[in-house]
Design a protein around this ligand. Structure first.
Ligand code: NCD
Length: 328
């Protein structure tokens, strides 16, 4: 897609006469804009949605809104503050649904962008040493990247301030399913790291703003942190950045986050074209477990009364079908 973008007339026919619904129920700049740019580049048209003037304001359920917009379009992109919202949308929609971020759960297309950027900069992903640094508890981009890096056999180090660590079940799953090599360290060792990936503290997912500010004060990418760091290090960030990267780091040649953001358009073009040209509706192994009750307060199943569990794997571990959190 990146090569095609060099001569835009070559991509404009790929999704000609198709309609994509862009359903953002939560703030976004890059993801929203880059999906729109991607759809436009491919010749598709976009249905834009403004949640404040939608029927949700009149009490309509998320599922009903999704089912209806599915009838108007050929694919649905959804961002929502609840975990599992994209899965629920996929259950009620006939057309492909792309998860553009579901609460603090996952952000798969951001992980595609991150993996693509690592591969472009380092020539590969396998064996590349990546440090995930910051709010690993709440940042969905970190969660999806953990899985992506694990699938491609990168060497992963997790480093976060106290209380902001990656959920143990996610790390355990990355190890069990993908044989991931994951180290957990208190301070990032950047002398041999190839990639430092950070992101802002996800303030909107904290109980109190004061707690979030305290967490933010506990980590920062500064010139000092970069003393002794690998000359070839690539500093990545899904953006937006707030206080976690000192402004002077922007001019360090190792800061590659604006380039990373630019990769969003070709990567999302690929995601749209693959979904809408008929690839990738593979069924998931496992079986449904009706009557399951998810304990995650941020899960969409609490609001929409969608009570399905999902059992998978040799031991048939049961987890929420929507936010994917294991039972218990
Ligand atoms: C991220 C998100 O929304 O999860 N941004 C993005 O999509 N590029 C990261 C963030 O908001 O911190």
């Amino acid at each position: 897609m990146e090569e095609l973008l060099a001569s835009p007339e070559r991509c404009a026919g790929i999704l000609q006469n198709r309609l994509v619904a862009n359903m953002f129920f939560e703030a976004s700049t890059r993801t929203n804009q880059s999906f729109q740019a991607a759809a436009n580049r491919l010749g598709a048209k976009i249905l834009v949605f403004h949640p404040q003037s939608g029927s949700g304001a009149k009490g309509e359920s998320f599922s009903d809104t999704m089912r209806m917009v599915d009838g108007y379009s050929d694919a649905v992109i959804v961002r929502h503050p609840c975990e599992g919202a994209a899965r629920l949308a996929a259950d009620v929609c006939e057309h492909p649904v792309i998860n553009a971020g579901d609460g603090g759960n996952q952000h798969p297309t951001q992980a595609f962008i991150d993996l693509y950027t690592v591969r472009k900069l380092k020539g590969k992903v396998g064996g590349v040493k990546v440090v995930l640094f910051g709010d690993l508890a709440h940042a969905r981009s970190m969660h999806s990247l953990l899985y992506g890096l694990s699938m491609f056999k990168a060497k992963i180090t997790l480093c976060s301030p106290p209380g902001l660590g990656m959920a143990e079940w996610m790390v355990e799953e990355a190890r069990r399913k993908f044989g991931a090599k994951v180290a957990i360290e208190k301070k990032p060792d950047l002398s041999s790291a190839d990639v430092l990936y950070t992101c802002r503290v996800q303030k909107e997912r904290f109980g109190s703003p004061r707690e979030a500010d305290a967490a933010q004060a506990a980590f920062r990418v500064s010139k000092k942190l970069l003393e002794g760091a690998n000359e070839e290090l690539a500093i990545l960030h899904p953006l937006p950045k707030v206080d976690e990267i000192d402004a002077e780091v922007d001019s360090d040649p190792r800061a590659r986050y604006f380039e990373q953001a630019k990769n969003g358009v070709p990567v999302r073009m690929a995601a749209l074209a693959m979904c809408m040209r008929g690839f990738g509706r593979e069924g998931k192994g496992g079986r449904r477990v009706p009557g399951f009750s998810c304990k995650n307060q941020s899960c969409i199943s609490g609001i929409e009364k969608a009570h399905w569990g999902w059992a998978e794997g040799a031991g048939l571990r049961v987890r929420c079908r929507y936010c994917e959190r294991p039972a218990g």
